[in-house]
Ligand binder design. Structure first.
Ligand code: NIG
Ligand code: FE
Length: 421
């Protein structure tokens, strides 16, 4: 029993022909089929092609169709993959937002006791059940803009119990959310330093208590560190990532957001799957990424540049130097308060001069690589999950050209229609 999406005006498959993240000129290839079709069910995508081949294929494969969606005048593409978020948090930091409008910087607010620690207090003072309830509402908002897979970080607990509380919310929602979303948990204990401990004490706690326990309980897939002046130095980052790896966690790094202090080198040394932020990335570090032995993804977060009014990451230079680029929201209460990945795509276009095609690969197949789930999601190909979004517009260019307007019509996750507008 299969569903057919037929007469698709623009079918973007983002086909992963080379079986590796798209970089350089490849980042610009989306594998567009005009007048296409997709056949899928809950087990996955069965076939993809051009409408003129449809009847022949249906007969040959003896496919029985139970449903049909007519996508004439529409765009069909892989569901968006948002691989850098902090979607589990409590409270609001709208007062800090207003302070920033009045001229205070993110770093000044943090040094006055605001910032991450404010959210830490809010998370510590809420039950797991309450935290889960407010998080479900956010998941709905991600879906409304076409996101079907989300990575989420801890880092607002900063002690064993509260870090675990956040990761348990992700685990429980991953097992059981009404939208069949895939959620990928990242342990970011090294997000800041709790006020009642020295940094040394806290790093020991992360390495000797938190990582072993989180790994034992299979609560995280990735480990992340905020490698930044006044947070964690490259040496400290190295120690934490190394320990995480020993316990089976895959490294990612928040680095080069405000200062370039050597995070890229540490990330490469630890085989990180991605380096994220990169607002102040130097030419030297671009070269290092470019000559990396493994495929490391540069995950850029232009929503942060917009929200904090800081420089945008050098996307063009990264692409020119053959570094695969992904884009993500970094949804969090302090530096980017939006679940809307389409805004991020618009910023990447206008502010970082990425092409529409490069952007599409950055939020689909390259993003799938950034969470090592490229065998299942990120492109519309036989055998992958049916994570498919439909836009009510005939040209894929309109998704970015017609900015600020959400043209999502249908969101399909693992073969289930989870949103219809
Ligand atoms: O990715 N840079 C560090 N962490 C987050 C911000 C977290 C917060 O301000 O609450 C980020 O930008
Ligand atoms: Fe972040």
């Amino acid at each position: 029993m299969f569903t057919l999406i037929k007469n698709i005006t623009n079918l973007i498959t983002c086909k992963d022909s080379a079986k590796k993240p798209k970089k350089g000129k490849e980042q610009n290839k989306i594998d567009l089929i005009n007048d296409g079709f997709v056949v899928y069910n809950r087990k996955g995508i069965f076939c993809v092609g051009k409408m003129i081949e449809l009847n022949k294929i249906l007969k040959k494969e003896k496919i029985i169709l139970t449903d049909e969606i007519d996508a004439k005048g529409k765009v069909v593409m892989p569901g968006f993959v948002d691989t850098h978020t902090h979607f589990v948090f409590a409270g609001s930091r709208s007062d800090e937002y207003e302070m920033r409008i009045r001229g205070f910087t993110y770093e000044e607010i943090a040094s006055k006791g605001g910032g991450i620690r404010v959210t830490v207090n809010a998370v510590r003072n809420i039950s797991k059940e309450e935290l889960e309830k407010i998080t479900i509402k956010r998941l709905k908002r991600f879906i409304e803009y076409g996101t079907t897979t989300i990575e989420g970080k801890s880092g607002y607990g900063l002690d064993l119990d509260n870090e675990i509380k956040i990761l348990e919310v992700i685990k429980s929602l991953n097992k059981n959310n009404p939208y069949f979303l895939d959620l990928f948990p990242t342990f970011l204990g090294a997000h800041s330093i709790p006020s009642n401990k020295t940094k040394k004490e806290y790093i020991n706690e992360i390495c000797n208590e938190m990582i072993p326990e989180i790994s034992r309980r299979k609560l995280a897939m990735f480990i992340d560190v905020f490698c930044e002046k006044d947070y964690f130095s490259p040496k400290e980052t190295d120690k934490i990532l190394y320990t995480g790896r020993k316990f089976g966690l895959i490294p990612k790094v928040h680095t080069d957001q405000f200062n370039s202090i050597g995070g890229i080198k540490v990330a490469l040394k630890n085989n990180a799957v991605s380096v994220d932020h990169l607002e102040v990335l130097t030419h030297r570090d671009i070269k290092l990424l470019s000559s990396a032995k493994h495929n490391i993804i540069a995950t850029l977060l232009p929503g942060v540049s917009y929200f904090l009014d800081i420089p945008y990451p050098p996307a063009r230079k990264l692409i020119e130097h053959n570094v695969p680029v992904a884009l993500a929201t970094d949804f969090n209460p302090g530096s980017c308060m939006t679940e809307n990945i389409q805004i991020i795509m618009s910023l990447a276009s206008i502010k970082m001069k990425m092409s529409i095609e490069e952007i599409i690969n950055a939020v689909t197949i390259n993003a799938a690589y950034a969470i090592k789930y490229n065998n299942y999601i990120g492109s519309i190909e036989k055998g992958k999950q049916a994570d498919i979004i439909i836009f009510d517009t005939p040209s894929y260019k309109d998704i970015i050209y017609n900015f600020g307007t959400n043209q999502i019509k249908t969101v399909i996750k693992k073969g289930n229609i989870i949103l219809e507008r």
